[in-house]
Design a protein around this ligand. Structure first.
Ligand SMILES: C[S@@+](CC[C@H](N)C(=O)[O-])C[C@H]1O[C@@H](n2cnc3c(N)ncnc32)[C@H](O)[C@@H]1O
Length: 366
């Protein structure tokens, strides 16, 4: 069975070998937007020099503490600049995350209401529509306490999907237990407790987040993970629900954007080709337990003449455990070697251990 979203297909075999099959993560696809495509949908039309100035101002705020970053949502020009740069460059993160999930989960996503909590300009609502190709009647709700952000989200969603439903609200405090609750770079702003309150109130079937890949937010997200596990199973990135063995685990996506966006990132001196992120996916516990046979790459170690070495998190006797693995090149085709050279931290792979070589596991890919 093949599961199709945007230009990615995940077959049963791919589920085991996503590390080898992730070329599409870097390829241009319908999720790679150009400045020209997004410009007509911005709240205000701003010139390139002004856009550059506003993005530089904003990015300085994003590196500060959470309570100092919130005023960029209050002004039309800032929101438009945010949209041009961050919306376009954040969309591939969802593409990456979806490509790591099992096909039956992707199928189950299709008809569920999608709640984009802290939607900003609709970054992940747009990404969801583009990548999942959900039917027009499926409920999509953007929630943000900034009305300007919601106006921008509406303009974007109506511009790209004029016939489809998209609702915006400044607060969402009702139960919607069949939904997918998504947080995109918003737990970082609202804080863990508020995010937890939203999860408890909405009581969704799935919770997903894509947050910054920083060591500061990681301990907060791990505390939230602990709370989640009372009622949810983790589908990504952890192999199982047991304790996290890591002080800091995140994903690093290497991506090429449309040339117009590459130019903008050069002008603002911000590298958006390497995108660190902390992405998690949870599903409400059910009678059928989740079994994830794949390990997750948590660190690239080295490529030698004969092998690739990674640190992975994998299940050992029911516990999430970190190990160093060695994949010998002689088991790979030329194309597979090329894929491994471009692999991302956060990719998944299935293997069996052939033997221990010192502290390392020499593995055979399945
Ligand atoms: C960094 S932006 C992210 C926007 C978008 N999700 C993305 O990833 O590009 C964070 C958004 O969260 C919103 N936000 C922060 N705290 C919030 C809260 N308590 N309730 C709703 N929205 C909130 C902000 O207004 C802002 O638009």
């Amino acid at each position: 069975m093949v599961h199709q979203f945007a230009n990615i297909s995940i077959s049963e075999k791919d589920k085991k070998m996503t590390l080898k099959k992730n070329e599409s993560d870097r390829a241009f696809g319908p999720f790679s937007l150009s400045l020209e495509q997004i410009r007509p949908h911005l709240l205000v039309n701003i010139s390139e020099p002004e856009m550059v100035k506003l993005i530089i101002e904003m990015s300085a705020k994003f590196t500060k503490k959470r309570d100092q970053i919130s005023d960029y949502v209050l002004e039309h020009r800032h929101v438009s600049a945010y949209t041009a740069f961050y919306l376009t460059t954040n969309i591939p993160k969802l593409h990456f995350l979806l490509s790591k999930l099992p096909g039956d989960v992707l199928d189950d996503f299709k008809n569920r209401p999608f709640i984009d909590m802290g939607s900003g300009p609709g970054t992940f609502s747009l990404a969801w529509k583009m990548l999942m190709k959900t039917p027009g009647h499926v409920e999509m709700i953007g929630v943000d306490h900034s009305q300007i952000m919601l106006d921008q989200a509406t303009k974007i969603m109506n511009g790209f999907f004029p016939k489809d439903k998209f609702q915006t609200v400044r607060k969402f405090e009702e139960q919607k237990s069949n939904s997918i609750l998504f947080f995109g770079h918003s737990i970082n702003e609202m804080g863990r407790q508020k995010a937890q309150d939203h999860i408890m109130t909405i009581d969704p079937e799935y919770v997903m987040w894509i947050e910054p890949g920083t060591s500061e937010i990681f301990p907060e997200l791990i505390k939230l993970r602990d709370v989640m596990l009372d009622h949810y199973d983790v589908l990504y990135p952890c192999p199982g629900n047991a304790a996290c063995p890591n002080e800091w685990c995140h994903q690093v996506l290497r991506i090429t954007h449309d040339p117009s966006i590459e130019r903008l990132s050069q002008l603002v001196s911000l590298d958006r080709k390497i995108l660190p992120m902390t992405a998690h996916v949870y599903r409400r516990k059910s009678k059928t337990p989740v079994v994830i046979s794949a390990a997750t790459v948590i660190r690239y170690i080295q490529e030698t003449k004969f092998s690739f070495e990674y640190e992975v998190c994998h299940l050992v006797e029911g516990q999430n455990k970190n190990s160093i693995i060695e994949i010998q090149k002689k088991q790979l085709t030329k194309d597979e070697i090329k894929h491994f050279k471009n692999s991302n931290v956060g990719d998944r792979l299935s293997f069996e251990v052939e033997k221990m070589v010192g502290e390392k596991l020499r593995v055979k890919l399945l």
